[in-house]
Design a protein around this ligand. Structure first.
Ligand SMILES: Nc1nc2c(ncn2[C@@H]2O[C@H](COP(=O)(O)OP(=O)(O)OP(=O)(O)O)[C@@H](O)[C@H]2O)c(=O)[nH]1
Ligand SMILES: [Mg+2]
Length: 387
């Protein structure tokens, strides 16, 4: 096997040389670092022995338990697909090793930037947003602590928050995220400040008796009128009946993504012919993928802002912060418990509180950051190096 050595001042430069000389199919056999310089030992494609062919293959065999030699009964197609799998595994292994080498090198060259990215990783911030935030933080005072004000700045906040003072506000969101409880908190807040006759409640959840009773119970306790509607006309009439109320809060039924009744409810809000602000209830205690799905699912509701619910049940606020920052969805309220009305925070002026809370959650769980995961997240270009 012919191997060649390629040097560079960075992994990227050395890789470029390998590719220029040996082509995109070159096989990397080894990499070395020495006082900032990088050396890659690579072989010409085809000069590397085929696994299982009897040569010394330790440097690139992935799974010795699965030899790529043809077995009795194997068709040629089986062997090819087995070989393809093995090459795929090899490529994955190389990419992750390269990612780690590049990440380690960057950590040495820019320790503050790496530390800021590491912090974002611990906070659970998505890597694309972390890069932007860490970049801006480095342009400032160069310490990872500069990240926190960057995070505060990146958060959009809705002011005045829909659901306070006056207006018609509907809360939508998936099942069980805290819509009705938040409506009760907002209604109680308004009743305490301006009197129960300044607020009216409407429930569009005509599908479940228990849901209607839940809001009626809150209404009774607060001394606030509750209307139940089951059509667009019904909603319009209920709004007429509550015309004297400064603040009208509309509770919607939680729906799954494919439930046709979701579109129906959103259509009723459209058809009411009034300026209705929609708030999207986003649970803070779910993963980033679920939050992205919820945002897509309720895009048709054109939410004016979000309510981050169940913050007290979250183990990390990174996914929720990433979701609202990416969508530029302003935050209006945060709920952090079941108590009505205490566990409701207006976001305006509390951005730093929320970010501090996110940092405290990480402090409570001081697991060391997973360097390989960080390497993978922050050196994505490795996967395109051979393209
Ligand atoms: N820990 C915690 N629990 C909450 C919070 N908000 C609501 N809950 C609880 O979550 C559960 C569901 O709340 P609901 O207000 O009924 O949720 P919903 O979105 O109206 O549910 P559906 O109408 O069924 O879609 C209840 O047990 C609430 O007490 C919160 O901020 N923190
Ligand atoms: Mg409800």
């Amino acid at each position: 096997m012919d191997t060649m050595s390629f040097n560079g001042n960075s992994m990227r430069e050395a890789l470029r040389r390998v590719r220029d000389e040996l082509g995109p199919e070159a096989v990397i056999m080894d990499t070395r670092h020495d006082s900032g310089a990088v050396e890659i030992i690579a072989a010409r494609p085809g000069s590397v022995p085929i696994p299982g062919a009897g040569a010394d293959t330790d440097c690139f065999r992935i799974d010795d338990s699965e030899p790529a030699v043809e077995l009795p009964g194997d068709t040629g197609k089986d062997s090819v697909s087995r070989l393809q799998q093995e090459v795929g595994s090899l490529r994955c292994l190389l990419e992750s090793q390269l990612a780690r080498l590049i990440w380690d090198e960057r950590s040495r060259c820019s320790p503050e930037l790496a530390s800021a990215l590491r912090k974002c990783g611990q906070l659970g911030i998505d890597s694309d947003i972390a890069r932007k935030l860490a970049g801006s933080a480095m342009a400032g005072n160069g310490s990872w602590r500069a990240l926190l004000p960057e995070l505060v700045r990146a958060l959009a906040v809705s002011e005045p928050a829909p659901g306070t003072g006056a207006g018609i506000v509907a809360i939508c969101g998936p099942t069980g995220v805290g819509k009705t409880t938040t409506i009760a908190k907002l209604a109680a807040r308004q009743a305490l400040r301006e009197g129960p006759d300044t607020v009216g409640l409407i429930t569009m959840d005509s599908y479940r008796v228990a849901a209607r009773e839940q809001l009626e119970n809150y209404g009774r306790i607060l001394g606030v009128s509750v209307q139940q509607v089951s059509s667009a006309e019904g909603l319009s009439h209920a709004l007429d009946r509550l015309a004297s109320r400064k603040l009208v809060l509309i509770d919607t039924a939680g729906m799954g993504q494919r439930d046709p009744r979701l579109r129906e409810q959103l259509a009723w809000l459209e058809a009411a012919g009034r300026p209705i602000d929609t708030l999207l209830a986003l649970p803070a205690n779910v993963q980033g993928g679920t939050l992205r799905q919820i945002i897509t699912q309720f895009a048709g509701a054109r939410p004016a802002a979000a309510i981050l619910t169940k913050v007290d049940e979250a183990t990390s606020l990174g996914p929720a912060l990433s979701a609202v920052i990416r969508e530029q969805l302003p935050l209006a309220w945060v709920t952090n418990g079941q108590r009505v009305p205490e566990d409701l925070q207006r976001m305006h002026g509390r951005e730093s509180w929320l970010i501090k809370l996110a940092v405290e959650m990480v402090r409570d769980d001081p697991a060391p950051p997973d360097e390989q995961a960080l390497a993978w997240a922050y050196t994505r270009e490795v996967q395109h190096a051979w393209a």
